[in-house]
Design a protein around this ligand. Structure first.
Ligand SMILES: *Cc1c(COP(=O)(O)O)cnc(C)c1O
Length: 392
């Protein structure tokens, strides 16, 4: 075995977390300032400002001190009351999971569920809202990462807005890697994080909260307060003249600032383009190798993760283990319902570089050959290169 499981791999091409950008790693090692030191308070206000610029929001984003599951759970706990009827849109493991959370705060749950290789049809949402005028909150996952598929949240958001419902969006693994912003989809709470396409380590949630979502949370006397699950506690924390409710993750805030600087300096459109091209080259290569996409159509395949169907007769865990042992490349498995059925190649942050498509295809092709199912790896590489070069 060339690469022992207990030794660091050569390349991590997962769907998050991914290795952080070198500038982010350096920022994490800056002096850890006291949270009430004016220098840190100024830093924090500046970082929230940069997050607001990146999110293109009209309101100040909130940073919660935990990886984005914290933000998702906090959004549900703060916004949903027993008087709400929630429409949950489930096209994958994360979308489905949202419904279980919602049920903790309201017994009234309506769901649209589609097979986990498909996307939600906006027309189905419009029909459901018409049939259930009592629906007051809609939740949707933008990129259901364990499927590598994208939901049309801007179209869905317009329909929800027309209905007057509150919209909660999980954009954890799409924001920063493709064109998506909270106000483009008219989200009331939009949850993302630092550890996927922004290329920082897992530790922080970034939240957009609309003005009316603040009002609804404040009116909810059960919304968490004086709690690690609280959004309300952090409403004014962005201001250098306001105290923090609890100690923010100082080093991680420095890392987030570096990640936001990289994103804004490179130019969001350029960042999205390299994510899209890496995914396109990967899809082209898989097709030429005779491997199948998990997504029902390339149109809904994510630009930040490519999921391939596990070839017949192949044990998915063994495939990933072989890729890692022979070539030192780490890929992601499916999760829950998609576990064992697909393998995911992540294109996020620093790994959203087209040349990594070639590395992933080569490692996959080599491993499949070693497992007794040879594929046309050379043709896959040629196809990936052609896709890259066609982009100029
Ligand atoms: C990564 C991710 C999260 C964060 O959750 P973890 O399971 O802890 O990584 C939430 N939603 C989506 C869609 C994600 O991809």
């Amino acid at each position: 075995m060339r690469y022992a499981p207990e030794a660091d791999p050569v390349i991590t091409l997962t769907s998050g977390p991914v290795n952080a950008y070198p500038d982010v790693l350096r920022a994490l090692s800056r002096t850890v300032l006291y949270d009430f030191d004016p220098a840190f308070q100024a830093t924090y206000e500046r970082v929230v400002g940069k997050a607001q610029t990146a999110l293109r929001s009209s309101t100040k984003p909130v940073i919660l001190q935990g990886e984005p599951v914290l933000g998702l759970e906090a959004a549900v706990a703060s916004l949903i009351t027993p008087d709400d009827t929630v429409l949950n849109l489930a096209s994958g493991v994360y979308g489905k999971g949202f419904g279980y959370w919602a049920l903790r705060y309201s017994p009234n749950l309506v769901e649209i569920e589609v097979p986990y290789n498909e996307a939600i049809d906006p027309q189905a949402v419009a029909d459901k809202l018409k049939a259930h005028p009592e629906i007051s909150v809609v939740s949707v996952c933008h990129h259901d990462t364990p499927s590598g598929t994208i939901n049309p949240i801007d179209e869905i958001g317009a329909i929800v807005a027309e209905h007057g419902g509150y919209l909660i969006v999980d954009s954890v693994s799409s924001f920063g890697g493709m064109k998506t912003h909270p106000e483009d989809c008219r989200a009331d709470i939009y949850v993302t994080g630092a550890n996927k396409c922004l290329g920082a380590p897992p530790a922080l949630t970034l939240l957009h909260v609309s003005d009316r979502a603040w009002d609804k949370m404040k009116a909810n006397d059960k919304a968490p307060r004086a709690s690690m699950l609280s959004i309300l506690d952090w409403e004014n924390a962005w201001s250098k003249t306001e105290p923090f409710p609890f100690t923010p993750s100082v080093a991680e805030i420095n890392g987030l600032e570096a990640a936001l600087d990289l994103y804004l300096d490179e130019g969001p459109e350029n960042v999205w383009a390299r994510h899209a091209l890496t995914a396109k080259a990967t899809r082209a290569g898989l097709g030429a190798m005779g491997l199948e996409l998990w997504a029902a159509s390339p149109a809904i395949a994510s630009p930040t993760t490519t999921a391939l169907k596990t070839p017949d007769g192949i044990d998915e865990a063994q495939l990933r283990a072989t890729v890692r042992e022979r070539y030192g490349v780490v890929l992601s498995s499916g999760r829950a319902e998609t576990l064992g059925k697909l393998t995911r190649i992540g294109h996020m942050g620093p790994t959203a570089q087209p040349i990594y498509a070639v590395a992933a295809l080569t490692a996959l092709g080599g491993a499949l050959g070693a497992l007794g199912r040879p594929v046309a790896t050379g043709a896959g590489i040629e196809a990936a290169l052609a896709a890259i070069d066609a982009d100029g």
